[in-house]
Write a protein that binds this ligand. Sequence first.
Ligand code: GUN
Ligand code: ZN
Length: 438
Amino acid sequence: MHAYRAALLSFADDGSARYEQDGLLVVGPDAAGAPVIRAAGAYAALAGNYPGVPVTHLPGRILAPGFVDLHVHFPQTDVIGSPAEGLLPWLENYTFPHEARFADHGYATGVAQVFLDELLRNGVTTALTFCTSHPHSVDALMEASEARGLRMIAGKVLQDRHSPDGVRDDTEQSLVDTEALIRRWHGRGRLGYAITPRFAPSCSEAQLRGAGELAAKHRDVWIQSHVAENKDEIRWARELFPEARSYLSIYQDFGLMRERAIYAHCIHFDDEDRALMRDTGAAAAVSPTSNLFLGSGFFDYEGAIRVGFRYGLASDVGGGTSFSPFHTMLAAYYVGREGQTKPGISLSPQNLWWQHTAGAAEALGLDGVVGNLRAGCEADFLVLDPQATPLLARKTKNARDLDELLFSLIVLGDDRVVQAAYVNGRPAGAPTIRAEEP
Ligand code: GUN
Ligand code: ZN
């Protein structure tokens, strides 16, 4: 057992943040021997309950839950910053040619390491990620994640049409491969599998039907795809599936909407789409840096809240421009807020942070498992330095309340704030912390 003494950030059930200026986080094995958070709260209230437990004192630091990235593409790590007129030319000119390189297993293995290094440097300890259509791209990421003890969810992309040679898969084989990957990886240690139809325009009806059948057979496996991101994409989807009520309802028609189904973007929705999200328990992966970069539009937070479906934040690298949850939270603020050209909501810093931690975990059905610092949660946490840069030091020292502190970090923060990331109770590779042992 080990304890950490510092300020402590966590989230209540209603999504509001809790902050202990002098907190204690106690980490130790659960009944099965897995490292979990045994207690989290005020130092004064808890310290006496753990006599003899060594305490690492981290004055001036904040202990916070590891961030959860609800939608990212590990093979697009090197696609970041590829400008295009919109989604479809971006896929054709940059993304598909790049993903074709993952036919080489060695290349996939190398990028998997770079990807995980980037996630952890930025404080992301769980991600729901696309791989490529090559089954061994899943093996590469899962092996690397397992070696680091990460809770990672990933899947082989399904795309049997409207895709170039090198990434297009075969309908039958793609479904056989998906089921073999589910059996190999889902529930192995902390790993999970996601059935991954790229988006309706890249999948035949037979492939979508097969994906839906697998989703019905393996109920605790995740589903991930894209929907209603771009107007050209939507027009194309509607042409290909003229019977469907809307783009989103294509997925419903093939049995791909349920709890644990995460749809990236969800921008161009009507209220029937929103109600379908709510009624099926599916969740939106809001990807603001990607939507701004590709000119896709603005996620409608007011609509999501009014109708009441689940959502959380995502980087969507490489359409997204940054692995940093700080950059993503700031972009979500820009996207969400009202302005003189559009209505909107000024999201609070507590809510933005929740969307990237406890809220994202809830969207995955992993509330109480990751994304929070509470007794029983797995021990994935960050040590944050609110004085990581001179300007942050000035701002955070003068913060009058929690909202001011969190907003300063969201606006000015990046990977320099993340002094250490702990994964399953152990410090992850790169960053080191200067700890004072009392
Ligand atoms: N739609 C289909 N594939 C993709 C992708 O790789 N990125 C984004 N942003 N949208 C997609
Ligand atoms: Zn995406």
